[in-house]
Design a protein around this ligand. Structure first.
Ligand code: ATP
Ligand code: MG
Length: 565
């Protein structure tokens, strides 16, 4: 299999797809079964999107199936809100698990039986050491661990204690069930890992049925085995856990033997992909919530206006590797611009308005001019935009005393108003404070549509809106959440949060057609960037998020890279 990058280059299949293809060719598996296994303790982020595109993508490409499984083994941190958001986000990305929605909690009874199976086989024991003592006994990377004094408990006693743990006879933290493997193992994960802990906590799905919960490590591989997962694909930090997962599979009567393959997690510049940190800035009110348009969460980038298609393109472009690296966020933004450039209708909006009065244009007259909706897509057609005597232009498109390379409007100078006329600035009106409040201009009636019969070609073309027809809007400008590409490298993540990541402009004006754009749908404001209406929009007063500016830095970064080669 190969993926088309947005640049049109054919990529070689990644190592995971090669393994899957070989397993199907050799007959080791008749069909491929993967899963995406989130823990419902937060919202999904763009890193999870990489894993979703990989797991669901492989299932699609090879005609297999992909399960959505919630690894819900820690009721103290998990919530229904997260479960619902995760399902919505996977669907939004364009993937479907069909009938195959599962939960580790569906298997609690089976996992309990398997724990008993290990006890009976002399391979698990109830330990009365405290969490701190267990940690102390565990040893370090260079020193072996020490046996717990409870390691040699009789099987009957272990069975009795474990049953009473389940019945709720003991308080939280007083006992755990541990596997009996090897306290001297070079792999710390094999030094008698904890299988069950006592937690008198209600679970979003099983309620109060349980007061002992399996650890993630004990639940994860067995859940894969129960579901017949053929390729358990996970991130590199689980490489050291693989021997433990294999130990469980070898020592339990599981119905199948999944194999685990590890790939490098996505790291992005200017971005933190840690649910714990994201939860913290949500709780501290440093952002508008999990779906704040600056968040790297799937719900955040959706609200920001990133299309799902662009996320899938990005996943294909970065590929899947075994070595950790940091991807330049400009590459993600490139994929987003690429998708939006094809789809987003062009509209006029003025972020910081400056009044223009066309002195020689008749009062009360309105002309409907034709404007192209999308030069990349002629099937998108044209629309009518009203032109009249009083207009708004962008404040930064005028300078009273322009420097050399400023070609836009200035006293005595002529520019083109897009789809309209050439206008020239005759006079600058100021208020008592000396601020420019209005430009008096004239237009050339012979230039309707923007072309002068005598071939005059102004250097600048500006966007504009008829004052009588403009709709007031709030525009929220977004930029990277962090000031540095490697947030936290200076020791303090919070200190690297950018004070300029959001700028709210209250007095913006947009053309009528913008007010009709549904929430989440993209528009391009000519010369300004890609935007989309926010759910905070109200009738008659849209709120627009800037998805991205128009400037694609990735193309330049790539060009520079080629020069360096
Ligand atoms: P945290 O964000 O706190 O590290 P987590 O990423 O481990 O939590 P899970 O819900 O366990 O959260 O992740 C579900 C799946 O997504 C796992 O298989 C995990 O390997 C994968 N995943 C998580 N982060 C990334 C990432 N940055 N890149 C690729 N895959 C990821
Ligand atoms: Mg995890």
């Amino acid at each position: 299999m190969s993926a088309d990058t947005p640049g049109g280059e054919r990529e070689r299949a990644d190592f995971v797809r090669e393994i899957v293809a070989e397993d199907l060719r050799s007959g080791k598996h008749r069909t491929v079964v993967t899963r995406f296994p989130p823990e419902p303790n937060g919202y999904l982020h763009i890193g999870h999107a990489k894993s979703i595109c990989l797991n669901f993508g492989i299932a699609q490409e090879f005609g297999g199936r992909c399960h959505l499984r919630f690894d819900d083994t820690n009721p103290t941190r998990e919530e229904q809100e997260y479960i619902d958001a995760i399902e919505a986000d996977v669907r939004w990305l364009g993937f479907d698990w069909g009938e195959h929605l599962y939960h580790a909690s569906d298997y609690f009874e089976q996992l309990y039986e398997w724990a008993v199976h290990l006890i009976r086989a002399g391979k698990a024991y109830v330990d009365d050491l405290s969490a701190d003592e267990i940690r102390e006994h565990r040893g370090t990377l260079t020193e072996p661990g020490r046996d717990s004094p409870y390691r040699t408990r009789a099987i009957e006693e272990n069975l009795d204690l474990f049953e009473r743990m389940r019945k709720g006879e003991f308080p939280d933290g007083t006992r755990v069930l541990r596997a009996k493997i090897d306290m001297a193992s070079g792999n710390i994960n094999l030094r008698d890992p904890v299988l069950y802990r006592i937690l008198h906590a209600s679970h979003p799905r099983t309620g109060d049925a349980w007061c002992i919960y399996p650890t993630y490590d004990f639940a994860h591989g067995q859940s894969d085995a129960i579901e017949g997962i053929t390729h358990s694909i996970c991130t590199l930090e689980f490489e050291d856990h693989r021997p433990l997962y294999d130990w469980f599979i070898e020592n339990l009567p599981v119905p199948s033997r999944p194999r685990q393959y590890e790939f490098a997690r996505l790291n992005l510049s200017y971005t933190v992909l840690s649910k714990r940190f994201l939860l913290r800035i949500v709780n501290e009110g440093r952002v508008r919530g999990w779906d704040d348009p600056r968040m790297p969460t799937i719900s955040g980038i959706r609200r920001r206006g990133y299309p799902a298609e662009a996320i899938r393109d990005f996943a294909a472009m970065i590929g899947v590797a075994k070595r950790d690296s940091v991807v330049d966020v400009a590459m993600l933004e490139h994929c987003v611009r690429d998708a939006l450039n094809r789809r987003a209708p062009r509209r006029f909006a003025i972020l910081r308005p400056l009044k223009v009065v066309i002195e020689n244009y008749p009062e009360g007259k309105v002309e409907e001019l034709d404007a192209v909706n999308n030069p990349e897509d002629f099937s998108a057609g044209t629309r009518k935009v009203p032109f009249s005597r009083e207009l708004w232009i962008e404040r930064e498109d005028f300078m009273e005393d322009p420097p050399k390379k400023f070609y836009r409007l200035a006293p005595g100078r002529e520019v083109r108003l897009r789809y309209a006329y050439l206008i020239a600035c005759r006079e600058v009106l100021k208020n008592a404070a000396g601020e420019i409040v209005e430009l008096r201009c004239t237009y050339d009636p012979a230039t309707r549509g923007g072309d002068a019969p005598d071939g005059r070609r102004p250097k600048a073309t500006l966007h504009w809106i008829s004052a009588a027809h403009a709709i007031p809007a709030e525009v929220r400008l977004y930029d990277h959440l962090f000031t540095r590409p490697d947030p936290g490298a200076g020791g303090d993540l919070l200190a690297d949060l950018s004070p300029k990541s959001e700028e709210v402009l209250a007095g913006c004006l947009v053309e009528r057609a913008v007010a009709e754009v549904p929430v989440g749908e993209p528009v391009q404001f000519e010369r300004l960037g890609y935007f989309c209406p926010d759910p905070d929009s109200k009738a008659g007063r849209p709120v627009l998020n800037r998805t991205l500016t128009l400037k694609d830095t990735w193309v330049r970064i790539q060009a520079r890279g080629r020069q360096d080669d």
